[in-house]
Design a binder for this molecule. Structure first.
Ligand SMILES: Nc1ncnc2c1ncn2[C@@H]1O[C@H](COP(=O)(O)OP(=O)(O)OP(=O)(O)O)[C@@H](O)[C@H]1O
Ligand SMILES: [Mg+2]
Length: 231
C-alpha cells in the first residue's frame, strides 16, 4: 500500500469571479521510501499541495491518505497530533529556535509529543548529516547549509510517515544546495524515508527518484519508472 495517496484533491481560494483554483483535481500516490520532487512555476500550486499533504490546511474537495489515515476526516485536535507525529516539515527558512542548541532543536518535536528519544537512531541521523561537532552550538553560529541540515534532522527525528520540504535549498548557494540534496537522497535510502520536495529548479529536481510536474493546479505529467498517477 502506498504511504501517501492523494485523490482528486481540489483547493479553491475565494468564490465566483475571484475564485483561484490553486489545486484542481490532483491525484497521486507515493510509495514508502520514495523521494519525489514536485516541480512547477511560481503560482502553480506547489506550496498549496504541500500544505494539504501536511494537514496545515483543509482541502475544498478530495482526499489525502497518509499511512492509511484519511487526514481530512480527522477533527482539528487529531489533525494537530497527526502533524506532530507523522509529518516532518522542512522550509526554505530554517525556522530553528535561536535559544536552543542544535541537539535541543532536533529533539524538540519528540519532546513536544512527550515521546522518548531513540538515541541510536538520533546518533545515526546526526552523523549522517555531519552535525556531530556542532551538536552543542546555537543556530546563529552555523552556516546556512548547516542550519538547514539541523532542520532536516529535526524533520526526521520523529520518524515521520512523510517529510515535506518546500524549496529546502532556496536560500543556499548551488554547491551547498547540491550537498543538502545528496543528504536528502541518502536519508531517503538509509532510513527508507518518504520525502516530497518542492522546487522550481529543474536541476535540483533531477536528484529525486521521480519528478511530478504541476501547472495551474493540475498535474502536467511525471518522469520516472512508475508514474503512480490515478484518474
Ligand atoms: N491563502 C490564499 N488565499 C488566496 N489565494 C491563495 C492563497 N494561497 C495561495 N493562493 C493562490 O493559489 C495559487 C497557488 O499558490 P502557491 O503558493 O501554491 O504557489 P507555488 O507554486 O507554491 O508558488 P511559488 O513557487 O511562488 O512558491 C496562486 O495563484 C496563489 O496566489
Ligand atoms: Mg510556494
Amino acid at each position: 500500500m502506498p504511504i501517501l495517496q492523494i485523490e482528486h484533491l481540489k483547493k479553491y481560494y475565494g468564490k465566483g469571479q475571484v475564485c483561484v483554483k490553486a489545486l484542481d483535481d490532483v491525484s497521486l500516490s507515493v510509495e514508502k521510501g520514495e523521494f519525489v520532487a514536485i516541480v512547477g512555476t511560481s503560482g502553480s500550486g506547489k506550496s498549496t499541495l504541500l500544505h494539504m499533504l501536511g494537514g496545515l490546511d483543509r482541502a475544498t474537495e478530495g482526499k489525502v491518505i497518509v499511512d492509511g489515515n484519511d487526514i481530512f476526516a480527522m477533527n482539528d485536535e487529531n489533525l494537530t497530533i497527526f502533524r506532530r507525529r507523522s509529518v516532518g516539515f522542512v522550509f526554505q527558512s530554517y525556522n530553528l529556535i535561536p535559544i536552543l542548541n542544535v541537539y535541543e532543536n532536533i529533539v524538540l518535536p519528540i519532546e513536544l509529543d512527550g515521546a522518548s528519544v531513540d538515541r541510536e537512531y538520533l546518533d545515526l541521523l546526526v552523523s549522517t548529516l555531519g552535525l556531530q561537532e556542532k551538536i552543542h552550538q546555537l543556530p546563529s553560529s552555523l552556516s546556512g547549509g548547516q542550519q538547514q541540515r539541523v532542520a532536516i534532522a529535526r524533520a526526521l527525528a520523529t520518524k515521520p510517515s512523510i517529510v515535506l520540504a518546500d524549496e529546502p535549498t532556496g536560500n543556499l548557494d548551488s554547491r551547498t544546495s547540491q550537498e543538502v540534496l545528496i543528504l536528502l537522497k541518502q536519508l531517503s535510502e538509509r532510513f527508507n524515508q518518504t520525502i516530497v520536495m518542492i522546487t522550481h529548479n529543474e536541476e535540483i529536481a533531477q536528484t529525486a527518484d521521480r519528478i511530478i510536474r504541476i501547472e495551474d493546479g493540475r498535474m502536467a505529467g511525471t518522469d520516472g519508472t512508475d508514474a503512480g498517477v490515478r484518474s
